[in-house]
Design a protein around this ligand. Sequence first.
Ligand code: BG6
Length: 481
Amino acid sequence: MSFPKNFYWGGATAANQLEGGWKEGGKGISCSDICTGGSAVKSKRITPVLEEGTFYPSHEAIDHYHRFREDIALFAEMGFKMYRFSIAWTRIFPNGDEAEPNEEGLKFYEEVIEECRKYGIEPMITISHYEVPFGLTKKWNSWTDRRQIDCFLNYCRVIFTRCKGKVKYWLTFNELNSATTPMGGFLNQGILNEIKAMDFTAQEDNPQNRFQGLHHQFLASALAVKLAHEIDPEYQVGCMQIMATSYGLTCRPEDQLANQQKNHVMNWFCSDVQCRGKYPGYIWRYFGENHIRIHMEPQDEQILAGGPVDFYTCSYYMSICETADPEAQSGKGNLIGGVPNPYLKASDWGWQIDPEGLRYSLNEIWDRYQKPIFVVENGLGARDVIDEDGKVRDEYRIDYLRQHIIQMHEAVLDGVDLRGYTPWGCIDLVSASTGEMAKRYGFIFVERYDDGTGDFSRRRKESFFWYKDVIAANGENLLHG
Ligand code: BG6
């Protein structure tokens, strides 16, 4: 009664948050490259024209581009069985729409994959993780335009062909359902309704654009799954969602109904389309009530039906509550809305911590889709300090991870087909929502700070040694200890 024998323990990162080298190797500019640094109290800014003297964290990030060998060696030392990372689309197609790929970009990822394989680490690759080529945003406002599907598929064809026999697991879009919220419009989809400088948290929202963009991404995902299977029948392609389970704030039927509607749109809509190959009934009412009209071509239903994903993955950081009471205070600091849960504590960034919610969510996902599941992000963003003796004592992170792993194990006992766990930011990297380094998730501390100082040196935290033991014991040490 333990974790499955070949359980994939590992860690996860994304190119724009750790690579740096933003202009090296022929790389083009992505949407994340035009975002400034920010913090928990001061929003990062989107600046379509780069400002002289302004700090852009993705430009150097943690310099993984030059240090990937050292980093992967550290992952191997912890005993990783899987490493989830993303390919920067702009390293392969700098503007997003070129006919021919950039060879130097392809070589870089080939080396990363080889390095993983050297240690027996299975790569899981996210094809698009929060960094649409900015060239496509300027050209036709990114995913609002159907022509972007062809650019994406061209990119997929190149990497699927090049990685044949070297990679098995692919994810199409990171946290696709973030695009059901205003935050995802630029972050996930690269949609800028006006090409002008603005705070990340004060973007002009256009739900019509976001949901039309999602339709194009659903088609792109389905076609990518089909293409992957044609190129290599061994390929397995998954979806990736933010799973932020929502509970009704009270047992009032109105709250329960409001909660069901919240879950439908936020947590289930995208995965229903990607796992089942068709739009769910409830979304048409939501579209009608919100004046959203999706333009579909006659062949679209067939395209969606032809490419359901092979497995389901999600990030899990928090749960939320929903209420029908308009007076209820909004959940400040909680990225995706909802109201605070009085029974839970929150991280320093206001994300409510709910390990049991992970067990609950995994059961819900398994009941709904009956597809293998990976938890490909989870973790605690915290302010770490280096003590005088050089150690980073992050027992709060160990505590967070321990509780979540125990609940994952409960889900396995419940019968959930859980295949792997890759906690987020296994090495400190730039925060996606705030653009800061101060929000650290890693097992490995990186000497890089928000004022741009630091020599990028790496240091093992206490959690590094703890996670190494967890992996070596296949989690057993937490279950009986
Ligand atoms: C997920 C993203 O939303 O959560 C990552 O896929 C992100 O890119 C992670 O970094 C943690 O969020 P944040 O805002 O704390 O970096």
